[in-house]
Design a protein around this ligand. Structure first.
Ligand code: HEM
Length: 166
């Protein structure tokens, strides 16, 4: 009788043999996982700031949006640089389609976050409707990139650093 393991596609078995341990880490803590929370939070904060500005018309929120969108972009670019290093350096990560799906969604997010910041730096009053729409798009992309990133960890077991002491 054949089990699921015996009938597994040989290409998938080969990919599974490759290492998926994080290569960019500080004292056993993967750096990408430590940094991604900042762009995700700031993208959603920027969207909330734009909605509050739309509702209140208080120019304070225009200035707040410049800072939060800039933080989202630069923290996203920094997290993306670490993620790209993981993707290119670790054979078991770059061999999985799911890693590339996450990378494409994340790169789209970083590009849109850059657009959002650039829009505000060049003309802080360009928020209604363009800034708000770009913030909404960035929030959707952050959801997609974060979802696929989470799948890499919790579904594929990528980037884990299991201590030999355990
Ligand atoms: C060019 C860009 C990026 C690449 C190539 C990339 C690649 C990766 C890889 C390989 C992992 C698996 C874990 C690891 O090896 O560290 C991962 C996890 C993850 N990534 Fe990215 N990433 C990028 C940018 C981003 C950005 C901008 C975000 C923010 C939305 C993000 C959110 C996540 C999340 C939430 C996880 C799961 C981490 C956890 O739950 O601890 N990534 N990414």
């Amino acid at each position: 009788m054949s089990t699921a393991e015996e009938t597994e596609n040989p290409v998938i078995s080969k990919v599974k043999e490759k290492d998926v341990t994080s290569a960019v880490a500080v004292a056993g803590h993967p750096l990408h996982a430590m940094t991604v929370h900042f762009p995700i939070a700031l993208v959603f904060v920027t969207f909330a700031i734009d909605v509050i500005y739309w509702w209140s018309a208080d120019p304070f929120w225009l200035r707040a949006g410049v800072w939060s969108s800039g933080g989202a972009f630069f923290m996203g670019a920094a997290a993306g640089a670490v993620g790209t290093a993981e993707l290119l350096m670790v054979a078991g990560i770059r061999g999985r389609v799911a890693s590339w799906a996450h990378a494409v969604a994340a790169m789209m997010l970083i590009a849109v976050a850059g657009l959002n910041w650039g829009l505000r730096v060049t003309d802080a009053a360009e928020i209604l409707p363009h800034g708000l729409l770009v913030s909404a798009l960035a929030a959707v992309l952050a959801g997609m990139a974060g979802w696929h990133g989470g799948k890499l960890i919790f579904h594929h077991g990528i980037g884990l650093m299991v201590s030999p002491k355990d």
